[in-house]
Design a protein around this ligand. Structure first.
Ligand code: ADP
Length: 284
């Protein structure tokens, strides 16, 4: 009897293949959240922000976390970013436990975080310069990302000269240019008007398809959670925990027009009903 390791990605266990036993290679998830819980202690008492929560994100997967306001979405993301300590459990990135912030995790927040004294190109390449990447490589990468986010011709502009949507494009380009293992996004389009928000979702999907990065994206917008994701993780009202995982099997690449299809509508109906249940609990 022959034992053989297979190298392709498989999620299944041992497979019997006639006379061979094929032992699939164990695939480590890109991100693993294991029993992570968070209690905030304040002068007025304790807030259980997160009950023990566990989930995984596969390499290259686009996961959106959807939940009512105050359910602990940002807390999860901040724990993964290493900006907040959990009270229980652990977070593994490529199998390594996270202890504090690091350049292996790129962040894009709702508030604009560009350096106001640097122009667009220098904002995008700031981290690369710190890492000692040479000028030629920095220029090539800046050109690539400027083209990807549709801001060619704006490299010399300063953040003050840009609209909110443009600033967030630069923030995405800057995060990707640093080649992180995962991109963590906390309501990055929350402050934008509806029209710009839709365009930004398309820009982000294009950048994701180009970079093949793993993305964990927080939102309370149901349409956004469906349009972007491979999987939507729905959270309960506070104290938050994972309520349901909904895989989204809409074709890729995705276009705005998909939002009016029956398939999209079915996902929306299911998610709206799950979120409504939780939102009602949170106002009782
Ligand atoms: P969401 O992102 O889902 O809106 P958050 O993760 O920001 O929710 O917050 C979850 C809960 O934890 C809320 O009740 C919030 O008030 C509380 N919380 C968040 N950060 C802190 C903090 N630094 N100190 C005390 N309570 C906090």
């Amino acid at each position: 009897m022959v034992f053989k390791m297979v190298s392709q990605k498989l999620d299944t266990n041992t497979v019997l293949n006639n006379k061979e036993i094929v032992i699939p290679k164990i695939i480590t998830p890109k991100l693993e959240i294991k029993d992570v819980g968070k209690i905030f202690k304040t002068k007025s008492g304790e807030t259980v922000a997160l009950e023990k929560t566990s989930f995984t994100v596969k390499d290259g997967e686009f996961v959106t976390i959807l939940g009512p306001s105050g359910c602990g979405k940002s807390t999860i993301l901040r724990i993964v970013a290493g900006l907040e300590e959990s009270n229980s459990g652990k977070v593994l990135l490529d199998g390594q436990e996270i202890n504090g912030p690091g350049p292996d995790r790129g962040m894009v927040f709702q508030s604009y975080t560009l350096f106001p004294w640097l122009n667009v190109k220098d904002n995008i390449t700031f981290g690369l310069k710190l890492k000692g990447v040479n000028q030629k490589e920095r220029d090539d990468l800046a050109r690539h990302y400027l083209q990807l986010i549709g801001l060619e011709g704006f490299e010399k502009h300063y953040p003050i000269q840009l609209s909110g949507g443009m600033k967030q494009r630069v923030a995405i380009a800057r995060a990707l240019a640093n080649d992180p293992k995962i991109l963590l996004m906390d309501e990055p389009f929350g402050a934008l008007d509806a029209q710009t928000r839709t365009i930004m979702q398309e820009v982000l999907l294009k950048a994701w398809e180009d970079s093949k990065k793993t993305i964990l994206f927080i939102t309370h917008d149901v349409d956004e959670s469906i349009f972007l994701a491979d999987s939507v993780y729905v959270m309960t009202a506070r104290p938050g925990r994972l309520k349901k995982k909904i895989p989204i099997t809409l074709d890729r690449p995705r276009e705005y027009s998909m939002k009016s299809t029956v398939e999209f509508g079915n996902y929306k109906e299911e998610l709206l009903s799950l979120i409504r249940e939780e939102s009602l609990k949170s106002i009782k």
